[in-house]
Ligand binder design. Structure first.
Ligand SMILES: [Zn+2]
Length: 512
């Protein structure tokens, strides 16, 4: 007796349809499994057999062969338990023949018959919809995520008994109950208004968000670098439906969704510890899983204590910062994960953290230089904006700041400015295939970053006096472009050039 049921496996963040074929025939009793499966999938036979036994479903002493096709696709995960069980039950006549035609099935089966959540359900259901399926049966805990995909009916099941009832009653054909609507209204949990003083850092954050410029925050411990970084996602425009789906799909693959958090509605903020391994940052494993840079897609990746990070870990960021995605090569093929994030770095200026405050810092010049040079020039070249944060003054700490100031620097006001500047960029860059000022290629700087005569002179002066590289000049122009967009100016003037030069302070430090 031969049965075939549709399921899927994950390759990167893409789902690939897999047919689970089961043949029950006379012969030496036993299970065998074929079709490029890893050990996790192979163990499915034990879980399936034990759970059927525990549910007192008699499995006759026959030869059971399971094939997962196509054979050349590597398969991993525990999601094949449920389709395998379903195919066996159908072969044994416990479920109606052909009852799961045009239905995709996924789920891990526990030894007690409970069905546990699996990764990647969102992408699987989308794949099922594309291939014309009518319905999907998924673990209960994945149901809300599955139901985000419109045009296909997804049913969640808690255990094998419920699964069998669902198949017999063809629940997915019944009119749906009201579906929960996906809410993508971002909630602001931290507001810039709460930060006292730090006008330079706030202005830097505003520019970074408006032009998608990477930003480095330098300052003593406790000067609010983390506070500023955490609030940057709130400055980015609200997620569009497509963006929310894409990010949710990534979190689904990473196994980070649950019934309580079935989708992602805020821009991600990821802040891995400086001891993170290159694999955890980039993504890895035999069948690669998304790393921190992919979890930060469309949001902010915050790296604190930059000089403490290993160079090889920082090197990983180079390619995704250029391409907006990361490629991982494996025997089974090449995997790509999206990784378009705003990089926010933070560091102390010296080993003790208080340089240049010589009342507190007695680090030697040589020590300071060595500390700062732990970050390569190549990495610094990717940071458009560097701002210094200062410990709050007593007056600022006690909240003695004019009201008008705290209103101006509220997250809501700043985001409005960002949105305005983004619209101007979109219009100007619509034919170039890029979205933000930070992405303007060197060859097109002169087209998009037009300067006034005085501004040009000022830049030339800086170039000669500060021995700037051509690359640094381009960065100055891109940041100045964003500053001009925020000010609603078509032409870049001296004011914007002066501001942007100010953000290259690290070129004047020991890095030279
Ligand atoms: Zn020091």
């Amino acid at each position: 007796m031969y049965t075939s049921i549709l399921s899927a496996t994950m390759q990167g963040i893409r789902a690939i349809p897999v047919q689970v074929e089961v043949d029950v025939s006379p012969g030496l009793p036993g299970f065998s499994m074929v079709g490029t499966v890893n050990s996790q999938v192979r163990e499915a036979q034990d879980r399936v057999r034990t759970s059927l036994h525990n549910l007192e479903i008699p499995v006759p002493p026959r030869r059971i062969t399971i094939n997962l096709s196509p054979a050349d696709v590597p398969k991993a995960g525990t999601g094949f338990d449920l389709p395998i069980t379903a195919a066996i039950l159908e072969s044994l006549g416990q479920l109606p023949k052909g009852g799961l035609e045009s239905v995709m099935v996924t789920g891990e089966v526990g030894l007690d018959g409970q069905i546990k959540k699996v990764r990647g359900v969102l992408a699987m259901v989308e794949e099922a919809r594309k291939s014309g399926c009518q319905g999907c049966i998924v673990p209960w805990e994945n149901r809300r995520e599955a139901q985000m995909i419109q045009g296909i009916r997804s049913v969640g099941v808690r255990n094998l008994g419920e699964f069998m009832r669902t198949v017999r009653e063809r629940t997915w054909e019944h009119p749906e109950k009201e579906r929960e609507k996906m809410e993508i209204a971002p909630e602001i949990t931290a507001d810039f208004r709460e930060i006292k003083g730090q006008t330079a850092a706030k202005r830097g954050a505003l520019l970074a968000a408006a032009g998608f410029h990477n930003i480095l925050l330098m300052g003593p411990p406790g000067s609010g670098k983390t506070m500023v970084a955490k609030r940057i996602p709130g400055l980015l425009p609200a997620l569009s439906h497509e963006e929310a789906m894409e990010i949710t799909s990534i979190y689904s693959v990473a196994g980070l969704l649950s019934s309580k958090v079935p989708w992602v509605s805020n821009r991600p903020f990821r802040s891995p510890h400086h001891t993170i391994s290159p694999q955890a940052l980039a993504g890895g494993g035999k069948i690669p899983m998304p790393g921190e840079i992919t979890l930060a897609h469309k949001g902010v990746l915050f790296l604190d204590e930059l000089p403490e990070m290993k160079r090889e870990t920082l090197e990983i960021l180079r390619q995704p910062l250029e391409d907006g995605e990361i490629h991982i090569a494996r025997v089974g093929g090449r995997y790509s994960f999206p990784a378009e994030f705003l990089l926010v770095g933070a560091m102390n200026p010296c080993p003790c953290g208080y340089y240049p405050d010589r009342n507190r810092c007695d680090c030697g010049e040589h020590e300071i230089k060595r500390y700062q040079q732990r970050i390569s020039q190549a990495f610094l070249d990717r940071m458009d904006i560097c701002v210094t944060t200062n410990a709050a003054t007593y007056g600022e700490f006690r909240g003695e700041i004019p009201d008008s100031d705290s209103i101006q620097w509220s997250t809501e006001n700043m985001r409005k400015e960002v949105e305005r500047a983004r619209l101007i960029q979109k219009e100007r860059l619509k034919e170039s295939g890029i979205c933000y000022n930070s992405q303007i290629p060197p060859g097109e700087i002169s087209t998009y970053c037009k300067t006034s005569e005085e501004a040009e002179k000022m830049l030339q002066g800086a170039f000669e006096k500060l021995h700037l590289s051509g690359r640094a000049c381009n960065r100055i122009l891109r940041v100045a472009r964003t500053a001009a967009d925020l000010a609603g100016k078509e032409q870049i003037e001296e004011e914007e050039i002066a501001e942007a030069i100010g953000y290259r302070s690290f070129d004047k430090h020991s890095w030279k």
